[in-house]
Design a protein around this ligand. Sequence first.
Ligand code: UDP
Ligand code: MG
Length: 311
Amino acid sequence: MKKINIIVPCYNEQDCILPFYTTVSNVVEEIRDYEFSYLFVNDGSKDKTLKIIKELSESHNEVHYISFSRNFGKESAMYAGLEYADGDFVVLMDVDLQDDPKILPQMVEAMEEGYDCCATRRMDRKGEPVIRSCFAKCFYKLMNHFTEVEIVDGARDYRMMTRQMVDAILSVNERVRFSKGIFAWVGFDYKWLEYINIERQNGQTKWSFWSLLQYALSGIIAFSTAPLKWMMGLGGGISLVSLMFLLYKILKTAIIGVDVPGYASLVVLICFFGGIHLFAIGLVGLYLGNVYSESKQRPVYILKETDIKDK
Ligand code: UDP
Ligand code: MG
């Protein structure tokens, strides 16, 4: 029988674990010829998440867990899960039931058809603040325009992958991980399933507007050097305009004579260029920061405990 690992990152999700397990178990029971197992990744939760996962694991052989020493973020939790997975197929799922388990049979079917990955994308952004949706749309446009990878708008992390694709993802050993980009970067044959957004069943989202904005920025920095090129272009453009202005001034002075000095325009120009310089330095700093983080070679997560023995 083929094995499928369900990887479930959890951070402060005490109310979601049991409903998730019950709902998903009911669905996978119906899928014949496959043996499903669960790998809950406790990402440094401060509530009873770990306790509930441990109890579940003690009473069910197919439930396993790994637990971090602190909160490392969902990216790290997914990475750890993929590292520990040993199945023929691996599926990533959120514990809040926003990733509809009813799609699992369709995913298995797609994998049987020979796809390397069956991924999901939501067709709408129901229940999301308008401003967040606008930013998300802009982000996907920017990302797809300026990077070599194509990130599908609304793509979720909810996806089933072959062992080969999981190994490829793990071979990308960046410390600052932007999985949406890495999934796209490794390539392989995709089947996309589309579905209507489901709102969170219990608990609350871990993403604030600012954390999402930072995440988006880190994605652009990780997958594109285009912003550096825009800055060069902008700098070149401003220099050219300044040069033309200088020529105009020289000619004007030669023909008409010396002008009355313009204090206000001078101040505005100084502030404008000061701002652009700081912005450009900040941008270069972001890239440098990434290089710095990567060069430290810190592990993506620190494991505190697990019930998996042979790893
Ligand atoms: N999550 C995690 N570590 C974090 C934040 C979130 O493991 O630091 C998990 C969380 O428990 C959930 C999944 O990642 O299973 C998605 O989180 P959330 O529902 O908050 O994100 P959203 O669906 O709002 O994008
Ligand atoms: Mg969610």
